[in-house]
Ligand binder design. Structure first.
Ligand code: ZN
Length: 629
C-alpha cells in the first residue's frame, strides 16, 4: 500500500545478474568516482545495530493490528509509525544491497544482503494486515476519518488506492489459499532459468580468426556483432539450433507460467491477465492497445531504417543475422570527466535549477563509476530511502553508450531528488511507468546535444545511428515482445493448447511482420523464430511495454522542451516533482499528455522520421565525398 521505491532499471539489473567480466582498471580508482556509503552508516557496527533495532521494533507495528476502528487518530498513528519503520528498513537494505554489489564474490557482503532481505520480508509481514483492515472499515468510515482529522488528507491517495483492490480481494480463507498457491507459481521461471543458465550444453564453434567461441548467451551476445558474415551466421545457427532442441521443455515451462497467471487472474475476478497487470498502476487498457496499434501502423518507418542499415553495411540481401552489426564506428572516447561535462551541458534546456543540481551531484560521491572485479554488471539508480540522496551504479567504459547510460541513470536520480524535495514520504515513490520516461528523456536530450555539436558528417552519422538503433530496440522490439505476450495470453485464455511449436509459430508471425519479411525488407530464417526461447521477460508479465511507452513519452516531452519555452519546461519539471502523488496515467495527463492517445507514439515516430531524413542526407554526402576521393 505505502510502497517502497524500487531500484529502477530493474530490467537492466535482471538481464545482468552476473558480476562484471570486464577487465578492471589497473590503478586504484580515484575515490571521487566511488560511492561513499558512510552517508548511510558510519561503520559496519552501526549497520549491525540498526538491523537489530529495526527487527526489534517490527513488533510495535504489528501490535497496531485491530486498532484502526478506534478512530482517525489511530489511523494517523499507524501511517506515521509505518513511515518511520519504512525509513529504517530501507536504509538498512540500501546499505547492504549497495555493499553487496561492490563485490558479488565477497561472502560477507552477500550475507549482509540476505539479512536485509529477511528484514524486508518480515517488515512486509508486519504490515500485511493494514490493507484488509482498511477495506473492512470501508470507504464511508475512512472518508469520515479524513474529514474529522485534516492531517489525514495527505494520505487520501494511499487510502483510496488501498480500497481500489476491494473487488479483487477475497475472504480470509480464500486469501490464504491464494498465498499458498503463490509458492508454486515461481516454479516455471525457476525451471526456465535452470535450463537456460546451466543445463543446456552450449556448443563451441571456430570463428574465421581461428578463435574458439563458446556460444552460450554471453557468447551469442558478444559474437553476433561480428563484421564477418560467415561468423555471425554460424553464431546464429549454432545458438538457435541448440535452443531448438529444448523447445518442448521451454514451451511447457512457459505454458505452465501462463496457466499460473491465469489462475490468479480468474480467482481475483479480473477480465484478463493484461488488465490485472495494468491494475497495479491503474493504467487504462487502452494504453497498451493504442501502443500496439500505432506501432503497427508505423512499421514502414522501421523498415526504412532497416533498408538504410543494409545500405550502410553494403548488404544486398540483409538477414536477421545481420541486425546486431554496428553501422558506424564511434568517433571518439569519452572519459568520465567528459561524460559529466557533456551531460551537464545537454541538460541546460531543463533550466538552471535542474542542471546546477545535476552538476553538483556529480561531485558528491554518490556514484560507483568503474568496473572492478566482482562488481555487479549493468547500471542502476537506487533510491530506496526517503529523504536520502540517490546512489548510482555504473560500469563506465569510455564509450558513447556509457555517456547515454550516465544520462539515463541521472534521469532517475534527479527524478528521485525532485520528488523527495516536493512530496511527503507516502507520495514520493514513483512508478517505473513514469520514471523510465524521465530517464530516457535525458538520453534523448543528450543525443540532440551531441548532434548539435558534431563537427563532421562521420560523427553525425554515428549519433544518428545510435539514436535510431535505440528506437528500434527500445520501442519496436519491446512493443513486438508485448504484442507477442498479449497473443500468447489471449490464446491461453481462449483455452487453446500452448506448446513450444505453437509458441514458435506465433512468435515467427510477429517477428516477420515487424521486420517486413514478406515485403522483402529483411530475410528471416525459420530457425530464428526460436528467438522467444531466449527472452526471460515473458515470465515478467507485461513489464516491457513500459519501455516502449517511456521512450514515446520521453520523445513527446523532449520535443515540447526543445521547441517550447518556460511553460513547457515547468510542465515537465512539475511531472518530475509530482513523484507518486497520483497514478502514472493521471500524472502524464496533468503534464498534458494522454498516454492512451496516439500522441506520444506519433511524437516518437516524428522524431524517428526526422532522424532518418538526416541520416539519409548525411549518408549521401559521405558517400559522395568517398566517391570523389
Ligand atoms: Zn531506467
Amino acid at each position: 500500500m505505502i510502497g517502497n521505491k524500487p531500484t529502477v532499471c530493474l530490467l537492466t539489473a535482471m538481464l545482468a545478474l552476473g558480476a562484471s567480466t570486464l577487465s578492471a582498471q589497473e590503478e586504484t580508482p580515484d575515490p571521487r568516482w566511488t560511492w561513499d556509503l558512510t552517508d548511510l552508516y558510519e561503520t559496519e557496527d552501526d549497520w549491525n545495530a540498526a538491523l537489530e533495532e529495526a527487527l526489534a521494533s517490527l513488533g510495535g507495528l504489528a501490535a497496531l493490528k485491530g486498532t484502526l476502528s478506534d478512530g482517525p487518530d489511530a489511523l494517523l498513528a499507524l501511517f506515521e509509525a509505518n513511515n518511520a519503520m519504512n525509513r529504517k528498513v530501507t536504509r538498512v537494505f540500501q546499505y547492504a544491497s549497495l555493499g553487496a554489489d561492490e563485490d558479488l564474490g565477497n561472502p560477507r557482503g552477500q550475507e549482509r544482503r540476505q539479512q536485509a532481505q529477511r528484514l524486508f520480508s518480515e517488515y512486509g509481514q508486519s504490515v500485511a494486515w493494514i490493507q484488509p483492515e482498511m477495506m473492512a472499515l470501508g470507504r464511508e468510515t475512512l472518508e469520515g476519518y479524513i474529514e474529522a482529522l485534516p492531517a489525514l488528507e495527505i494520505y487520501r491517495f494511499n487510502i483510496e488506492d488501498a480500497l481500489r483492490y476491494q473487488p479483487h480481494t477475497l475472504g480470509d480463507e480464500a486469501e490464504s489459499v491464494i498465498a499458498a498457491a503463490g509458492l508454486m507459481q515461481a516454479a516455471p521461471f525457476n525451471i526456465y532459468g535452470l535450463l537456460a543458465n546451466s543445463e543446456i550444453p552450449w556448443p563451441t564453434i571456430t570463428l574465421s580468426t581461428g578463435e574458439e567461441a563458446f556460444i552460450n548467451s554471453q557468447g551469442y551476445s558478444r559474437h553476433r556483432t561480428s563484421r564477418v558474415y560467415e561468423d555471425r551466421r554460424a553464431v546464429f545457427d549454432a545458438f538457435w539450433n541448440t535452443w531448438g532442441e529444448y523447445k518442448g521443455t521451454a514451451g511447457q515451462s512457459l505454458s505452465a507460467h501462463l496457466t499460473a497467471q491465469l489462475f490468479t487472474t480468474r480467482v481475483r475476478n479480473y477480465d484478463d491477465t493484461l488488465t490485472r497487470n495494468l491494475f497495479q498502476d491503474n493504467l487504462p487498457r487502452s494504453v497498451y492497445d493504442t501502443l500496439v496499434r500505432v506501432t503497427n501502423e508505423n512499421l514502414p518507418s522501421l523498415h526504412r531504417f532497416l533498408e538504410l542499415k543494409a545500405r550502410v553495411l553494403g548488404l544486398e540481401d540483409m538477414g536477421y543475422e545481420d541486425i546486431y552489426v554496428s553501422m558506424v564506428e564511434p568517433p571518439r572516447d569519452y572519459t568520465i570527466e567528459d561524460t559529466v561535462e557533456l551531460v551537464n551541458r545537454a541538460m541546460l534546456p531543463l533550466g538552471e535549477t535542474y542542471s546546477d543540481k545535476l552538476a553538483e551531484s556529480a561531485n558528491e560521491r554518490w556514484m560507483s563509476v568503474f568496473p572492478s572485479p566482482g562488481k555487479r554488471s549493468g547500471a542502476y539508480m537506487s533510491g530506496f530511502v526517503y529523504g536520502e540522496h540517490p546512489y548510482i551504479l555504473l560500469n563506465h567504459l569510455d564509450d558513447y553508450n556509457s555517456v547515454s547510460t550516465y544520462a539515463h541513470e541521472w534521469g532517475h536520480g534527479m527524478h528521485q531528488i525532485l520528488a523527495n524535495e516536493s512530496q511527503p514520504q507516502n507520495l514520493a515513490s514513483f512508478s517505473i511507468f513514469t520514471t523510465e520516461a524521465a530517464a530516457i528523456a535525458n538520453e534523448l536530450l543528450t543525443q540532440t546535444y551531441m548532434l548539435s555539436s558534431a563537427t563532421t558528417d562521420e560523427e553525425r552519422l554515428y549519433y544518428l545511428g545510435y539514436a535510431l538503433e535505440q528506437i528500434r530496440t527500445t520501442f519496436f522490439r519491446q512493443t513486438m515482445f508485448s504484442e507477442f505476450e498479449g497473443e500468447i495470453y489471449a490464446a491461453m485464455e481462449r483455452g487453446e493448447p500452448i506448446s513450444g511449436d505453437r509458441i514458435t509459430q506465433m512468435y515467427g508471425e510477429i517477428l516477420r511482420r515487424y521486420h517486413g519479411a514478406d515485403e522483402g525488407v529483411m530475410r528471416i530464417e525459420e530457425l530464428y523464430h526460436n528467438e522467444w526461447l531466449f527472452v526471460p521477460h515473458f515470465y515478467f508479465n507485461f513489464y516491457v511495454f513500459q519501455y516502449a511507452t517511456s521512450i514515446a513519452g520521453a520523445a513527446y516531452f523532449t520535443e515540447q522542451i526543445l521547441k517550447g519555452g518556460d511553460e513547457e519546461r515547468e510542465n515537465y519539471l512539475s511531472f518530475l516533482r509530482a513523484g507518486g502523488s497520483k497514478h502514472p496515467y493521471d500524472l502524464f495527463m496533468d503534464a498534458g499528455l494522454d498516454m492512451a492517445s496516439p500522441e506520444p507514439y506519433e511524437a516518437l515516430i516524428r522524431r524517428m522520421d526526422e532522424l532518418l531524413d538526416d541520416f539519409e542526407a548525411t549518408l549521401n554526402r559521405v558517400e559522395a565525398a568517398r566517391a570523389a576521393d
